[in-house]
Structure formats: structure tokens, C-alpha cells
Design a binder for this molecule. Structure first.
Ligand code: C2O
Ligand code: CU
Ligand code: CU
Length: 497
């Protein structure tokens, strides 16, 4: 009952914010709201005032580098013999700023979560316990599991209750993650800190000779931007923007002002855009290139040399930076395309391991047959703020939008339909499977997208064709991974049978 009351109050606050046109985009002039106005016939001026222009998002702070980057702990099994894990969603307090406690959510701790390392071929059990005072779910983003283990909005767990899932790991080495997915509440729960890492390793990843000492030369980097209020709290209701909450303060793995100390060796960085809405373009401040070795769902066939890489929300990439080659006389840092210093590196005198970059890492391919399959599912992404839709509709848990046969490959065409304002990038994600990008606007995708993906950026007016096959049965979500768009109903369901 208490929860229902909170939900009602929350909904009321949100609707008041919407009605008053109140957003955190404070540089825009206040405009008298017209309550009579139907959103679908909103005039252009009003849309301009409410809409976050994602080209002009608030910049991030520069990291001072005063704190060594936190590395999420590796979660131990409950059992020596079997792969059984327990994951608890909790509320707690975290000292993000020195001497101040911030109220946060976390898994098995107060903020973010541990890293679960699974091996291909093993049978895994995970006990999921909800110690929050609100409903949640445990979603395994990128994992190929049956619909009932996937943790979408239908697998809600009440406060104080627990669930148990069991699955076989049937996919190749990759960097996946987990986060909550309760209907309409995902953005708030992720923002408050619920997110963790799920690694899959296999014979290939264990034998390629890549840096693989967790926390030493194999480093997870979870990028999240936040807005802290005057009391250094994460006040989601105040920070929230219907078009995606964008913060000015970057946390990496929950660390404010992080730096990473590395040896003079090749270091593998597993980048995860765990933000509600911000896109990142990562570069080295020296202009040096790096190599990308993996996409969302596995290794690229060959390393791809890049000067920069863009990740939209929920996308991952693994990159290698060779600190034995870089000139470490000057400051080295990972920066974004605004030049903001995200992660300064401190390079020690130690030479570390002498690993080489393997030339061949995977055997990903797109077959002739897949190239020639007709489009059998069309997805049109449209809108902004709380007026976002997929194929003109908002999410309805009772409605199945598509059906697809288990084991059958189909081609989905995803189109981002622009509006009078031009529109915005929607990061599109499908649960329960890894897919292949066949084309972007009819062209071959860039080299670093020729690998397994579960999330893709779709630019305004862009059409992306993908080939997807589900190994398991169940009902799976597909949605925009701007979490506020997802909560606003930019989500549909595919039933695999
Ligand atoms: Cu990252 Cu529907 O999920
Ligand atoms: Cu997902
Ligand atoms: Cu969107």
C-alpha cells in the first residue's frame, strides 16, 4: 500500500512537471504552458523549448584524477561445486564525495554491483533478492536466455521477495551487464545505482593472449553522468528529463574524479555506456589511436584501429590501449569529443606483461542467405519527450507486437523517423539475442560494427537492417535505451515460440 502511494505521488509529481513544462534545460526561457494543448498538435516553438537538443547537451566536468578508480568486486559463487550466485538489490549510502553520504541503490552493496564471470557451457543459477522497498526486476542485458529468465517487466519481484533463474551459458565471450527493468521505473532505478557487469568467457577468450587480469590490465569502465543537488544527493525527480536525464558530473564505476594507474603494457578497457541518455565519443587526449577488439556480444574478427569511438546508452566496446608505446612524458587521458577529461591515466614505471594483439580473434560472418532475406519486421522509432512511440504505439504489457520462431533468422528494419525538429538518436536494443547489422542506410556497417550487437545507435532518418535469431523461447522486449524513453513507452514485445 505504501508503495502504491509512493507511485501515485511520483506519478503526480511527474505529471505536474510535464504540465508546467519544467525541465532541467534551464537555459531555455520559461514559457506559459497551455494546458489545453494536445501534445500531438504542439506547435513547434513549444517543442523547441521543451526538447533537449542533444547536440547541445551540458558538458561533463574534467576529472581531477584525485581518486583511484574503483573496480567492482568479482562476485563469488555461493557454492564451490555449482555456479550459484546471489544478487540482492539494495538501498544504501555511498561516500561519493568526501565526507558526505549519498543515498544510492546497488547490488550486494550500496552502489552499482559486482562483476559476475560466467563460462560458456556452464549451467548457472542466480538467486535474485529484492531488498528495496519498491518492485524491481533483474534483467541480463545481452544474455541469450529464455524469456522468463530475462528479467523484463513481466518478471517483477516484490519488495522482500526473491526469484531464482537457471540457464545454460550458450554464447561466446563478451561483456554484458545487468540492470533493473520494472515498467515505468527503469530510469529511476538505474540512475540511483542499479547496474552490474556480466562477463562471459570461453576457450577462445582464455587462449587469445589478451590482457585478462581483472582490475590490473583488464579494466571495466562503467560511464554514468549524474546531477547532484546541493546536498550531494541524486534527486532523480528533480534531475529527470523526459528526453533522457543528462548530468554534468561523470562517475566511472561510481568513482568521482577517477584516475587509473596502469603499467607500461597493453591494457584492455571494457567500456560500458551505463548512462540513462548521454552518448559518449571517447578519444585519447594525445590523438593516439587505439584498437577495438570486441563489440556488445563478442570479439571482432580482427582488431580495428580507431581514433575515437562513440557509444550510445547500453552499448559496450572493448579496446586495447598500449601504454608501452605511448609517450608518457605528458599527461595521458581518455577524453570525450568536448575535450572533457574523463579518465586520466597514471603510468607506472613497471613494464607489466608483454602481450601481443592477436590478428585473428573470431569467425563472425554474414551469410549470402542472411544478406538476401526479405525484411519481415519493421520498427519505426518516432518522437521525443513523453511522446515517443514505436510503430505509432506506446508499450502495452498486454500486447504482443511481433512473433518470431525460435531458431529462425529474420531481418528487422529499424527506421528513425525524423520530426520537424530533425529528431534525435535513439539507441535501439533487443532482449534475449545477439544480432548482426546487415546495413546502415543500405551501406555496409563500419568495420567496428561487424560483430555481435544487442544495441545500436539509429540516427534521425537512418534505416538499419539487422539479422536476428532467438535461441530461446519467451516474450522479449525491444526498446529505445534512453531509459526515460523506455519508461515513456518506447518499447514493444516480440514473442518467440
Ligand atoms: Cu538494457 Cu531492456 O535493457
Ligand atoms: Cu536488455
Ligand atoms: Cu529514444
Amino acid at each position: 500500500m505504501e508503495l502504491k502511494f509512493k507511485v501515485a505521488v511520483f506519478a503526480l509529481i511527474i505529471s505536474l512537471l510535464v504540465i508546467s513544462g519544467c525541465t532541467n534545460n534551464s537555459s531555455q526561457p520559461d514559457e506559459e504552458p497551455d494546458e489545453e494543448m494536445d501534445h500531438s498538435t504542439m506547435n513547434q516553438d513549444m517543442m523547441e523549448n521543451e526538447h533537449i537538443d542533444h547536440d547541445e547537451v551540458v558538458s561533463l566536468n574534467d576529472s581531477t584524477g584525485e581518486n583511484e578508480l574503483e573496480i567492482p568486486s568479482a562476485l563469488e559463487r555461493d557454492d564451490d561445486v555449482e555456479a550459484v550466485y546471489t544478487v540482492r538489490a539494495q538501498k544504501g549510502k555511498t561516500e561519493i564525495f568526501d565526507g558526505t553520504e549519498t543515498v544510492t541503490y546497488g547490488y550486494n552493496g550500496s552502489f552499482l554491483g559486482p562483476m559476475l564471470r560466467l563460462e560458456e557451457g556452464e549451467t548457472v543459477k542466480i538467486r535474485t533478492i529484492n531488498e528495496l522497498d519498491e518492485e524491481t526486476t533483474f534483467h541480463w542485458h545481452g544474455l541469450e536466455v529464455s524469456g522468463d529468465a530475462d528479467g523484463g517487466p513481466h518478471e517483477s519481484i516484490n519488495p522482500g521477495e526473491e526469484g531464482l533463474i537457471e540457464f545454460d551459458v550458450t554464447q561466446e565471450a563478451s561483456t554484458l551487464w545487468f540492470h533493473p527493468h520494472p515498467e515505468g521505473e527503469t530510469s529511476q532505478q538505474v540512475y540511483n545505482g542499479l547496474a552490474g557487469l556480466l562477463y562471459i568467457e570461453d576457450d577462445n577468450s582464455n587462449s587469445l593472449g589478451l590482457p585478462n587480469e581483472y582490475g590490473e590490465n583488464d579494466i571495466p569502465l562503467i560511464f554514468q553522468d549524474k546531477i547532484f543537488d546541493d546536498n550531494k544527493q541524486l534527486n532523480f525527480n528533480a534531475a529527470m528529463n523526459e528526453d533522457g536525464t543528462i548530468g554534468d558530473t561523470l562517475l566511472i564505476n561510481g568513482t568521482l574524479n577517477p584516475k587509473l594507474t596502469v603499467n607500461k603494457e597493453k591494457v584492455r578497457l571494457r567500456l560500458l555506456n551505463g548512462s540513462n541518455a548521454r552518448n559518449y565519443t571517447f578519444r585519447l587526449n594525445t590523438g593516439d589511436s587505439f584498437v577495438q577488439i570486441a563489440t556488445d556480444g563478442g570479439f571482432l574478427n580482427e582488431p580495428v584501429t580507431l581514433d575515437e569511438i562513440t557509444l550510445t546508452p547500453s552499448e559496450r566496446a572493448e579496446i586495447l590501449v598500449d601504454f608501452s608505446e605511448l609517450d608518457t612524458e605528458n599527461e595521458l587521458a581518455l577524453i570525450d569529443d568536448d575535450g572533457a577529461v574523463l579518465l586520466p591515466f597514471e603510468v607506472s614505471d613497471q613494464s607489466g606483461e608483454d602481450s601481443s594483439i592477436p590478428g585473428e580473434m573470431n569467425d563472425f560472418s554474414i551469410t549470402e542467405e542472411e544478406m538476401n532475406l526479405p525484411v519481415t519486421k519493421e520498427v519505426e522509432l518516432f518522437g521525443m519527450m513523453d511522446q515517443v512511440t514505436i510503430n505509432g504505439k506506446k508499450f502495452d504489457p498486454e500486447r504482443i507486437d511481433f512473433t518470431q520462431e525460435q531458431g529462425e533468422t529474420e531481418v528487422w528494419e529499424i527506421y528513425n523517423k525524423p520530426d520537424e525538429m530533425g529528431g534525435m538518436i535513439h539507441p535501439f536494443h533487443i532482449h534475449g539475442a545477439q544480432f548482426k547489422i546487415l546495413s546502415r542506410n543500405g551501406e555496409e556497417p563500419p568495420e567496428n560494427e561487424q560483430g555481435w550487437k544487442d544495441s545500436i545507435s539509429v540516427e534521425p532518418d537512418e534505416t538499419v537492417k539487422i539479422a536476428i535469431q532467438f535461441k530461446h523461447k519467451g516474450v522479449y522486449m525491444f526498446h529505445c535505451h534512453i531509459l526515460e524513453h523506455e519508461d515513456n513507452g518506447m518499447m514493444g514485445q516480440v514473442k518467440v515460440e
